[in-house]
Design a protein around this ligand. Structure first.
Ligand code: SF4
Ligand SMILES: [Zn+2]
Ligand SMILES: [Zn+2]
Length: 306
């Protein structure tokens, strides 16, 4: 057993770990997720969604480390600027980290891709008293924008920094809303169904948010992810707080919930095949006739009905 000074303990497993053992345990969990779901090939060009927050910073650092053992593969950081006042400062910080990691960094903005900014969306949604939050619009744009950007740089995979906590929160939210189609789409590996949909992988699928926060701290890279002024504070935050409190009282609950949900989703997925096609309006990939981005733009008056 390791005798070095401990940096953390895990109540659910009784482990007390030093910095090195802790970092190894997190990196191993990422490697295991990659291997369990066959997320990567040796020659993959991997686009990593990099926002500057702790999760995507850790993901980028670990994938760069893994990539060094597979010289035929490549890691490229990609960032979407939403279009608010924090973007400029954020770009400086992100550039410093990608320079340190010697990783190519490609950015694009909502403005470039959709001819609007997050500030404009939020203002328009408020004026029109939309029933959707800015996060609902922003999330849709980000999903489609990252796919477009990954496709533009000819990536084979798009790696996202969703961690185990994020995933349980999404699972519970969809369960509470009774949205089975969305629940069934929460998966660690969304395989591409056409050249237009870059396969999406979540290597942090089995990693707790608290572990990523400590890992990011120990890495020492600058993290820049100021609270977004439009952040949705309702259901997700409530579930997050409840889950964290529950985990303190009943250590290991998050892992158990996550494992159970994963099995349920795998069972539902066999029954619910999602039909993908091209949006009649913009040509992007969608499961409907018109994609959610086009519907949102129309609803907010940024484009006229087709
Ligand atoms: S918190 Fe801000 S950046 Fe994040 S999804 Fe919501 S609106 Fe977009
Ligand atoms: Zn140790
Ligand atoms: Zn569209």
């Amino acid at each position: 057993m390791c005798k070095a000074e401990s940096v953390m303990s895990r109540p659910y497993s009784g482990e007390v770990l030093c910095e090195r053992c802790f970092k190894d345990s997190v990196t191993n969990a990422v490697r295991m997720a990659i291997s369990k779901y066959n997320m990567l090939e040796r020659t993959d060009r991997i686009a990593v969604g990099y926002s500057g927050g702790k999760d995507s910073t850790v993901l980028l650092a670990i994938l760069v480390e893994i990539q060094q053992r597979f010289p035929e593969s490549e890691v490229i950081a990609i960032t979407l600027e939403e279009g608010n006042k924090q973007d400029l400062l954020r770009q400086e910080v992100l550039q410093r980290v990608t320079n340190t990691l010697k990783v190519e960094h490609v950015t694009a903005s909502y403005q470039d891709m959709f001819s609007l900014t997050l500030d404009e969306i939020a203002t328009r949604a408020q004026v029109l008293q939309s029933s959707l939050s800015p996060c609902a619009y922003c999330g849709t744009l980000r999903r489609q924008g990252l796919n477009q950007l990954a496709r533009k740089i000819q990536a084979d995979k798009l790696a996202l920094g969703h961690n185990l906590d994020d995933e349980i929160q999404s699972m519970l939210m969809n369960l509470i809303r009774g949205d089975l189609p969305r629940l069934s789409r929460i998966t660690p590996y969304l395989r591409g169904v056409s050249d237009w949909l870059i396969p999406r992988i979540k290597p942090l699928y089995h990693t707790l948010e608290a572990d990523l926060a400590l890992f990011a701290n120990l890495l020492g890279y600058p993290i820049y992810h100021p609270p977004c002024p439009y952040k949705e504070t309702s259901l997700r935050s409530e579930i997050r707080e409840w889950l964290n409190a529950f985990e303190v009282k009943h250590p290991g609950s998050k892992y158990n919930l996550h494992a159970t949900f994963t099995k349920i989703i795998e069972a539902i997925q066999q029954e619910e095949e999602v039909p993908y096609r091209k949006c009649q309006s913009c040509g992007e990939i969608t499961s409907q006739q018109v994609c959610a981005v086009c519907l949102h733009k129309e609803a907010l008056g940024f484009s006229s009905p087709k």
